[in-house]
Design a protein around this ligand. Structure first.
Ligand SMILES: NC(=O)c1ccc[n+]([C@@H]2O[C@H](COP(=O)([O-])OP(=O)(O)OC[C@H]3O[C@@H](n4cnc5c(N)ncnc54)[C@H](OP(=O)(O)O)[C@@H]3O)[C@@H](O)[C@H]2O)c1
Length: 388
């Protein structure tokens, strides 16, 4: 087994997504030269197309594969199967034949409800599981199988509820957060005491670097990559509400049967609206509504016993909230997705305001600056720059 795979170039799938994008940004800024990745998008390399995968890997001969790609969470059985399961299998086979490590991102969705669940707690494979869960579960089982029968060098990293900036699709926790900011959550869609495990996207690249650099320790293993302490969903929602100084959601716990009933009515309304030619969709996350009412917490003991050192042990969803609120509220305001909280948005040169009110003056100013160099202003090598 290779002791240091990170001096060569690997391939990252799903680089335009929340997790893949965070990894890509880290490798580009913090680990350049040590961990290099190619990140083909799904047009260049679709996990649905085995020939795409063969061509790409035969040409690039990478040193490792990291798979962060998934079909939309509410995809039909065919897409969920082809992208989340079959695509995983193709990548794993490619890794096996090239003799390189395969790093697989998985989800707590494959685990049952319960507290302090260790990595070996998995749901039984049943036909009635949601498509996403079934495909992710089958992927984990097949990776284990390929390890046993063919010596596949893999690591599965299971995430809880992910928080972090740059979720441009507004999914998972960020969808819930959006509902609070958008004031579309009148009461609490959870019950008192429901607890969950959260994963900090910002810390994940550090773990993946460790996993790549220490194959002997991490090969053939599954890790729950979650913050040490579980979080009460209602406490989190109420903390966000208080940061934003909102009146809603009110501290009323809507019982699950009522929430389910309300959802049924909403779904019918949405169907009616779409018949009028107006595009409307229920958030995909609502298919997991029951999970808001159940406790599922993952044990981080195996992660803590590993050689991985948390780069920021004090950071939790609560400590990151102010930065996340600032990032997402500003972004959603810019995209006109929410009513402005703060009209004085960050624009040190006030150019957005000039663009709005005095475009001719702005054009003249920019033309006057046209002799200024462009490339020389680029902060090449300044690793810590925030991305847009
Ligand atoms: N976000 C969470 O809360 C969460 C929680 C638990 C586990 N996870 C796991 O973390 C991983 C990453 O999730 P994410 O939230 O970052 O996903 P995401 O933001 O939805 O990104 C999905 C990525 O998959 C790519 N993709 C879709 N179809 C593809 C295809 N046919 N071929 C190749 N690439 C394709 C997309 O690329 P294009 O844009 O090019 O189509 C996109 O880059 C997944 O394994 C997921 O199960 C996430």
């Amino acid at each position: 087994m290779t002791s240091s795979v990170t001096e060569k170039t690997g391939v990252l799938l799903g680089g335009s997504g929340l997790i893949g994008g965070t990894l890509l940004y880290y490798f580009k800024t913090q680990a350049e030269g040590r961990i290099n990745v190619l990140a083909p998008n799904s047009k260049k390399l679709s996990l649905r197309d085995p020939d795409d995968i063969r061509r790409y890997f035969e040409k690039t001969k990478p040193a490792f594969i990291i798979n962060c790609a998934i079909a939309a969470i509410d995809s039909d059985p065919q897409l969920a199967y082809e992208i989340n399961y079959q695509g995983t299998l193709y990548l794993a086979k490619a890794a096996q034949e090239l003799g390189i490590p395969y790093i697989h991102l998985s989800s707590a969705a494959v685990m049952p409800n319960g507290q302090n669940l260790a990595e070996d707690n998995r749901l039984p494979l049943r036909p009635d599981l949601p498509n996403y869960t079934k495909a992710k579960l089958m992927a984990e089982l097949s990776l284990e199988h390929l390890h046993k029968v063919g010596g596949l060098d893999y690591t599965i990293i299971r995430l809880g509820i992910v928080y972090g900036a740059h979720d441009h699709k507004i999914q998972g926790f960020h969808r819930l957060f959006f509902a609070i900011v958008d004031r579309s959550m009148p009461v609490l869609f959870t019950k008192q005491g429901a607890m969950h495990s959260y994963s900090n996207a910002r810390k994940l690249p550090y773990f993946i670097s460790q996993v790549l650099e220490n194959r002997a320790e991490f090969s053939g293993q599954t890790y729950n990559f979650v913050d040490k302490n579980p979080v009460s969903l209602s406490a989190l929602i109420l903390t966000i509400k208080s940061y934003l100084e909102l009146k809603t959601p009110r501290e009323i716990y809507l019982p699950f049967p009522l929430a389910q009933f309300g959802l049924g009515i909403m779904a019918r309304l949405v169907r009616l609206i779409t018949r009028l030619g107006i595009e409307a969709r229920m958030p995909a996350e609502l298919m997991f509504l029951k999970n808001f009412y159940e406790t599922q917490t993952l044990s981080a003991a195996k992660l803590r016993r590993s050689s991985f050192r948390d780069p920021d042990p004090e950071a939790t969803i609560f400590t990151e909230l102010p930065a996340l609120i600032e990032y997402y509220v500003t972004r959603w305001e810019h995209l006109n997705l929410i009513e402005p909280f703060n009209k004085e948005f960050f624009d040190p040169r006030r150019r957005a305001e000039e663009f709005l009110h005095t475009p001719a003056q702005l054009l003249q100013e920019i033309h006057e600056e046209s002799d200024q160099p462009f490339l020389k202003q680029c902060p090449l090598g300044s690793a810590g720059q925030e991305r847009a």
